[in-house]
Ligand binder design. Sequence first.
Ligand code: MV4
Length: 504
Amino acid sequence: MFKKILIANRGEIACRVIRACREMKIKTVAVYSEADKDALHVRMADEAYFIGAPPSNESYLRWEKIIETAKESGADAIHPGYGFLSENAEFVRRVNDENITFIGPSPEAMEAMGGKISARKIAIEAGVPVVPGTTESLKSFEDAREVAASFGYPVMLKASAGGGGKGMRLVNTENDLKNALEAAQSEATASFGDDAVYVEKAIVRPRHIEIQIFSDKHGNHVHLGERECSIQRRHQKVIEECPSPINDTNLRRKMGECAVLVAKAVNYVGAGTVEFLVSDLDKSFYFLEMNTRLQVEHPVTELVTRIDLVREQINVAFGEKLSFTQEAVNWDGHAIECRVYAEDPENNFLPSPGRITRLRLPQGSGVRDDGGVYEGAEVSIYYDPMISKLCVYARTRSEAIDRMRRALREYEVGGIKTTLPFFREIMEDEEFIAGKLDTGFIERFNERKKAKELSETEKDMALIVSALAYADKQKALSDNATKPDVKISRWAIAGRMNSFGNHF
Ligand code: MV4
């Protein structure tokens, strides 16, 4: 087995990888920027090396510095986590050139899936359903108009190099096409240095469901079922679950088989995720793209399958066979993840950096919190402001929701604003509870919330009016009566405190 692994990342995922390494008796090497001198991953690793200034491109993206650090520390493998260098094929080649093992797929597989157009071609070739659309970039507005007309509106324009909704435009009518095309192309050029844009038929209110796949270097490919990821804000996932509320054994098997076909087509190695859009009407599904990394939301799959995905990644990268067969994978119970961010939900989710002055983490049965901070730690402005992934696990979805409510109530963060209050509201939301999840969920949730707040204001006003009337009446009575001597017992005060000593 590897003796020492360098983790080319920070935050919760660096801590997650260090934990797996420790269980496997593998030494760990952290790297850190100026902003992360006191970060949790630095404290947890066996060794830590300074690699540069706070901005990512001066530290966590400096592949030459990272490879040099791996050599200096004697690491025999590099785990990239997610983000940063995790899907950079050139980095993988440089790592391999130094006889260091990159924990992940080959650079060829990464490149094949890196472009959406290339990924669509591979999926079609493999016999996997893709969203109806083109497999060539648009050459002109005329070209776009003909193609869009042939699929019928609404259509989606998507940048081939795109991700995170960048370079993506929904087009409802031909009148909007010209502006949308120009906007998508210029956004794609600015973000990715590649103006290739293609057309897909727009699926109305789809679910976003992904399949976890795993492959070893011996040609074994398996799937670990789905994750429901429909709840997104600005193309960032906020809540994920396993299983999907619309899951059934047949759909899971069919989607899983398709995901494995895609993995086979690129000789995939390691952990990967195949994303699909799913229509609620007939449960038809369409390949969207493949992510060639470990994903943020991997813990919900781990909780339901009880397979440690990071341990498996390390084993497979070392050349071992998968530790399980497809038949041995079984799914039990229900897991939900909330991504806790240092953002202010009452202020349009503005980042809320600063020192965490108080941190109380939820504990107890069925709770897993993958965090990257501690009480006293500083959340900086330089990186993604996710501070932890709160996951719960229970027998059923309904019990998992109860447990998530309880865990969210225990979770206290002081000094910075977090998205915890937002999750507390979602866990009470009727559509969430009913499992009616699709890409329009957050928008509808916000509308329901606004409507509810309006009716609350009306109730408050009615309450004020009746209180004033009551006060008038009391005053008239007290004019010829003596004031009673009211004593509030200590028991009554204690009864008005919640379990953490705070007044209601
Ligand atoms: C789509 C779509 C509808 N039709 N593609 C792709 C990347 C993801 N961030 C958003 N994507 C979408 N692609 C077609 N052909 C709708 C979305 C979409 C979406 C998907 C999942 C969760 C939330 C979403 C919010 C807006 C749009």
